[in-house]
Design a binder for this molecule. Structure first.
Ligand code: GAL
Length: 713
């Protein structure tokens, strides 16, 4: 009896927070391995609504999984008009994501407020993509679908009723006393009277990310030309200067697929007219056509803040917010009327004459110039909600405009959020720390966005080369010379190496294109952190920092993170060097890894130290890795063009790969006009032999002759 009372009192006590003050979370499995939980009254406008997310059909084909957490341990409470959510954590569990971070990868223990902003040199939640999604090393993911600023305590707070409380220690005598006691929960505060929360099953962490990406339609599929090289020219270049630039690329033999025009193409900018400057570009249609004949597409810089001198000013004015940005009015793009006026103008002035894409700038922050939170918008959505979703809105509705014209696009944007994975835009910023840029590239894969470590200017040839190396192993290979006017050959002493790198980027086009197809069809991020790679130790090393023991006798444990190597596609591990570095360590996951350039064995699940010289960026291939390559060319293959393929195999294991194909330019793939060809490399009678499945009748086939190269034999 006493035992029964005890059990009953535990049951009653432990359920008090959930029942008396709590909101019941109603869970529903909406796709295999994805559960949607609702509690209270969530806001009517949220991230997925702004993105108009529609799930990928691929989700239905995924295997069933069990709910990956203890459902009863996920609680929600309403307090003072805000929702408070709590999710359990286990010991040794690690967390990744919570938006596009620039300095940290492991997020457990961190405190932040997710808030769309330009990254201000601290991972405090203010970032270009403040995505409220995290993935756990235990193989599940969690997403809060809210367009509000969310306070996140990612395993930092300790509740009195914690199931796994930290050990109480005496700081006077115990050397192990910790300033950050163990916390067994993620807690989030959402300023709304209810929540919509999603849980994604694995089994592996990468599977949870795939599910998250597929829920909003799968990752974007850029046109082939988008994966070639792009140069952004000086902001005040004229049409003649742009043509000269493209000619110089061709004459010198540097690949170039698209050129970005910066603010000076517009008659006025900051605020913008979205109209051509007729002194610099007297005949835009002819200019765009001539560039196209040279094999070079045109991308236009803009921000969305409308100048009083813009032709659309009067029409759009009723659909703008109360505050201006650089004296431009701010279209409320959550309203169909506003986006129709803005994007009809884009379509008429730019897209119809062949402009291939945009760089949509300054939709993130900083607070000093963006609309303040006291602004109001005619849709009735709060300034905060518009801020959190503005990046999504510009991407969604410009992408739709291109789809209406059956032209694929690939551009740049400075803000995004959950639901943005299907939009063909890459994030960039003004920060320009090479190290932070690589951390962001790693984090982009945990967060459903793309990031480019763009090259702008460099003080030395070494820096130029090191930066160029990483941009060629990223979603967008770009020089942004909007202010520097630099060109790939600006440092003659490294010009040949730069050219070889740009050519390598082109040679790898079949691989990059297929890896993006996997992003689209399977949700697998093409650039990702090492923790998602099997056989890469998940354990986070906590090390005691060398503190001044006199001032503070209690050393703090800090987390050592691997922020300088990442996975590029299925088989490649990239280990860049930064300026001043001549040697570095590379952690190879379990199994054998081979040098990408020579095919020689580099190591077997071990930490290696390399001194690679200046010319190459260290890249390693997994045992059995297959990399399809094409001949180097100045431009990406156009629709219908056949390209010879060299299929490289690395290591000793048999290998397989699925090579993706479609026209590379239109949306025909959405109607089934695409093909996957299966490649096998097998050892028979001591020798490796390759095979590729025959092209399917009636399906696109851009593959010409196929040759095989067994790099390790
Ligand atoms: C910045 C942007 C740069 C460049 C510049 C032009 O905000 O990040 O890449 O486009 O504007 O004014």
């Amino acid at each position: 009896m006493r035992y029964l009372c005890h059990v009953l009192s535990i049951l009653i006590l432990s359920s008090i927070p959930a029942l008396l003050f709590g909101q019941i979370i109603t869970w529903k499995e909406i796709h295999p391995g994805i559960w949607k939980g609702t509690a209270g009254k969530p806001d009517a406008y949220d991230l997925l609504k702004a993105a108009e997310a529609t799930a990928s059909p691929a989700l239905a084909r995924l295997p069933k999984q069990d709910f990956p957490l203890d459902q009863t341990a996920i609680t929600c409470q309403l307090n003072n008009g805000k929702s408070y959510v709590r999710l359990p954590l286990q010991r040794d569990e690690q967390l990744y994501g919570f938006g596009l971070n620039f300095q940290t990868i492991h997020q457990r223990g961190r405190i932040m407020q997710l808030h769309a902003d330009h990254y201000g040199k601290s991972d405090n939640g203010r970032t270009h993509a403040p995505v409220p999604f995290y993935v756990s090393s235990l193989g599940y993911g969690v997403f809060v679908n809210s367009a509000k600023y969310i306070d996140v305590y990612a395993g930092s707070g300790v509740r009195k009723d914690a199931k796994n409380p930290p050990k109480v220690m005496d700081r006077n005598t115990d050397k192990n006393w910790e300033a950050h006691p163990y916390s067994d929960a993620v807690e989030m505060l959402i300023p709304a009277e209810g929540i919509e929360i999603y849980v994604f099953a694995g089994p592996k962490p990468v599977n949870a990310i795939e599910r998250f990406n597929l829920m909003s339609g799968g990752g974007c599929l850029p046109p082939r030309w988008g994966l070639g090289f792009t140069q952004r020219v000086h902001r005040l270049y004229t049409d003649e200067q742009v043509k000269q630039e493209a000619k110089a690329f061709e004459e010198k033999g540097y690949p170039l697929d698209f050129i970005g025009l910066e603010p000076g193409w517009q008659s006025k900018s900051y605020p913008c007219t979205f109209e051509w400057d007729r002194t610099r570009f007297p005949d835009p249609a002819r200019f765009v056509k001539e560039m196209d004949q040279m094999g070079v597409k045109i991308n236009l810089w803009t921000n969305p803040y409308v100048s009083p001198d813009a032709a659309i000013y009067k029409n759009i004015a009723p659909y703008t917010g109360t505050h201006t940005v650089w004296n431009g009015i701010v279209p409320d793009l959550s309203m169909p009327q506003a986006r129709k006026i803005l994007f009809d103008q884009f379509e008429k002035e730019h897209v119809r004459i062949g402009v291939s894409g945009y760089k949509i700038d300054e939709v993130d922050g900083f607070d000093s110039y963006l609309w303040p939170d006291v602004a109001t918008f005619p849709s009735g959505h709060s300034s905060e909600q518009i801020r959190q979703t503005y990046g999504l809105l510009v991407q969604k509705h410009s992408f739709d405009m291109f789809r209406r014209n059956n032209m694929r696009t690939y551009g740049l944007v400075r803000a995004s959020n959950a639901g943005g994975a299907p939009f063909p835009y890459v994030i960039y910023n003004d920060n320009y720390s090479h190290e932070d840029f690589i951390t962001a590239l790693i984090n982009s894969g945990y967060t459903g966005v793309l990031w480019t470590p763009e090259v702008r200017a460099s003080k030395t040839a070494e820096e130029w080369l090191r930066r160029f190396q990483t941009v060629c192993f990223s979603p967008m290979a770009m020089i942004n010379a909007w202010s520097s006017s630099m060109q790939p050959w600006t440092f003659p002493e490294v010009a040949p190496q730069i050219k070889a790198l740009a050519e390598l980027r082109m040679q790898m086009m079949p691989y990059w294109y297929t890896e993006f197809a996997k992003y689209h069809y399977n949700g697998t991020p093409p650039f990702r952190g090492m923790s998602l790679e099997e056989g890469f130790g998940m354990n986070v090393r906590k090390e005691k920092t060398p503190t001044n023991l006199q001032d503070n006798p209690y050393e703090e444990a800090v987390t050592r993170e691997v922020k300088d190597q990442y996975m590029a596609g299925e088989y490649l591990l990239v280990a860049p060097l930064f300026t001043g570095q001549t040697t570095r360590k590379v952690i190879l996951p379990k199994g054998k890894w081979y040098d990408f350039y020579t095919g020689k064995l580099a190591g077997d699940g071990e930490v290696i130290t390399i001194t690679p010289g200046m010319d190459r960026i260290p890249v390693f291939v997994k045992d059995g890795g297959i990399i399809p390559m094409m001949p180097a060319s100045l431009h990406a293959p156009r629709a219908g063009q056949k390209t010879d393929i060299e299929i490289r195999h690395y290591g000793q294991k048999n290998g397989s790969y699925r090579l993706y194909d479609d026209d590379g330019e239109t949306f025909a793939y959405e109607k089934g006009a695409f093909a996957w060809r299966t490649i096998h490399v097998e050892r028979a009678g001591g020798r490796l032999k390759g095979s590729i499945s025959a092209p399917e009748n009636g399906k696109p086939n851009s593959v010409g002759n196929v040759t095989w190269r067994f790099m390790t034999e």
